[in-house]
Write a protein that binds this ligand. Structure first.
Ligand code: NAX
Length: 325
C-alpha cells in the first residue's frame, strides 16, 4: 500500500480548481493507485463555496482521496505537504494597472512562501499558476529561504500545449507526433514559443512550415491565446489551464519521456545567457523529480532577440517587487 501524498491546492473554489480537483481525485498527476490527501486553501469569503466543492468531491467516492482539509490559513494548508498547486490569486479587474496586480498578488505569494518555508515537507514541489505566475513563483521562493529554489516552478505548460496544438493542426498530424517544443520566458504576451528544435514525426518542424507562418501566425497566436479565449468565452482559460497544471506536476513527479522535453518556469542558473535569478521558462527534462535545463541548443539572432524581450519584462516585474524578497 502506497503512503498518501499530501497535495495543497490554493484558490480551491475558483474556476481552474473546479476543473483540476476532480481529475486530481481521479489520479491524473500521481497515478490511479496513489492515495492522496487534499489540503484546500481559500480566502474566508469563499469558504461556503469551497464547502460545496468538497461535497461534490466526496460525492465522487474517489478510491484514492483519503481525506480533505479545508482552511483559510496557509500555515494549516501547507503543513507537511508534498506538492502544492498555487492557483489562487487576485484577478486583474477593469482599470487595474499591471503594477497594481503585481502588488496585490506579491503580498499573497510572500505570505504563502513564508508558510511553505515554515511547515511544508522539505521536498515539496510547488507549482505556481496564479498570475503573474513567474514573478509570483520568484516571490514565494525568496520568502522560503530554507527550501531549495529547485522546489519551485512556474507554469508554462499551457503555453507549451497551445504551441503543440497549433503546430499539429498546421501540419495535419497528431499532437503526439510533435516533440521538443519550447517556450522561453514569461507567461505573458512576450513569451517566445519556439519551433527551431521541434520535430514533426521526426522531421524538423521548420522544414515543413514557412517562416512567415512561424513569425506572423504561430508566435502571436500562442502569445495571445489567453485573450482569444476570454473574448470567446467571457472568462479566462480554466479547463486547459487545469489540464496544464496537472500535466506539469505529472512531468515533475513522474519524469519526462526519453525522447522529449517540456517547458517549465524555473530559476535561471545563467543558461542561455538569461540573467541568473529570474524565473524563466526553459526547455527541461525531469528525472527522479529533478528538473534539468536542456543544454547546448543553438540560438540564432531572431531567437536571441525574442528571448531578450521576455527576459527584460521579467527583470522589470522582479524590480517592481524586490522589496518583498
Ligand atoms: P478565479 O478567480 O476563478 O479563482 C481564484 C480563486 O483564488 C478564488 O476563489 C479566490 O477566492 C482565491 N484566492 C484569492 N486569493 C487567495 C489567497 N490569498 N489564498 C487562497 N485563495 C485565494 O480564477 P481562476 O480562473 O481559477 O484563475 C486563477 C489564477 O490563474 C489567476 O491568477 C489567473 O490569472 C491564472 N491563470 C494562469 C494561467 C497560466 O498559464 N499560468 C492560465 C490561466 C489563468 O489565467
Amino acid at each position: 500500500m502506497k503512503v498518501p501524498l499530501h497535495i495543497a491546492v490554493t484558490g480551491a473554489a475558483g474556476q481552474i480548481s473546479y476543473s483540476l480537483l476532480f481529475r486530481l481525485a481521479a489520479g491524473h498527476s500521481f497515478g490511479k493507485d496513489q492515495p492522496i490527501v487534499l489540503h484546500l486553501l481559500e480566502v474566508p469569503s469563499a469558504m461556503p463555496a469551497l464547502e460545496g466543492v468538497v461535497m461534490e468531491l466526496n460525492d465522487c467516492a474517489s478510491p484514492i482521496v483519503r481525506s480533505i482539509i479545508m482552511t483559510d490559513d496557509p500555515f494549516v494548508a501547507f503543513k507537511n505537504i508534498d506538492h502544492a498547486f498555487l492557483i489562487g490569486a487576485r484577478p486583474r479587474t477593469l482599470g487595474m494597472a499591471r503594477k497594481d496586480l503585481l502588488k496585490v498578488n506579491a503580498e499573497i505569494f510572500s505570505t504563502q512562501g513564508k508558510a511553505l518555508n515554515a511547515v511544508a515537507n522539505r521536498n515539496v514541489k510547488v507549482l505556481v499558476t496564479g498570475n503573474p505566475a513567474n514573478t509570483n513563483a520568484l516571490i514565494a521562493l525568496k520568502n522560503a529561504p530554507d527550501l531549495s529554489p529547485a522546489n519551485f516552478s512556474s507554469m508554462s505548460r499551457l503555453d507549451h500545449n497551445r504551441a503543440i496544438s497549433q503546430l499539429a493542426e498546421k501540419c495535419g498530424v497528431l499532437t503526439t507526433d510533435i516533440k521538443n517544443m519550447t517556450v522561453w520566458g514569461n507567461h505573458s504576451g512576450t513569451q517566445y514559443p519556439d519551433i527551431h528544435y521541434a520535430t514533426v514525426r521526426g522531421q524538423d518542424a521548420l522544414s515543413l512550415v514557412d517562416d512567415n507562418w512561424f513569425v506572423n501566425n504561430f508566435i502571436p497566436t500562442v502569445q495571445e491565446r489567453g485573450e482569444a479565449v476570454i473574448k470567446a468565452r467571457g472568462q479566462s482559460s480554466a479547463g486547459s489551464a487545469a489540464n496544464a497544471a496537472l500535466d506539469q506536476m505529472r512531468a515533475w513527479a513522474l519524469g519526462t519521456p526519453d525522447n522529449d522535453w517540456v517547458s517549465m518556469g524555473v530559476l535561471s542558473d545563467g543558461s542561455y545567457d538569461i540573467e541568473k535569478g529570474l524565473m524563466y521558462s526553459f526547455p527541461v527534462t525531469v528525472e527522479d523529480g529533478e528538473i534539468q535545463i536542456v543544454q547546448g541548443l543553438n540560438i540564432n539572432e531572431f531567437s536571441r532577440h525574442r528571448m531578450r524581450v521576455t527576459e527584460d519584462e521579467l527583470k522589470q516585474e522582479r524590480d517592481a517587487v524586490k522589496h518583498l524578497f
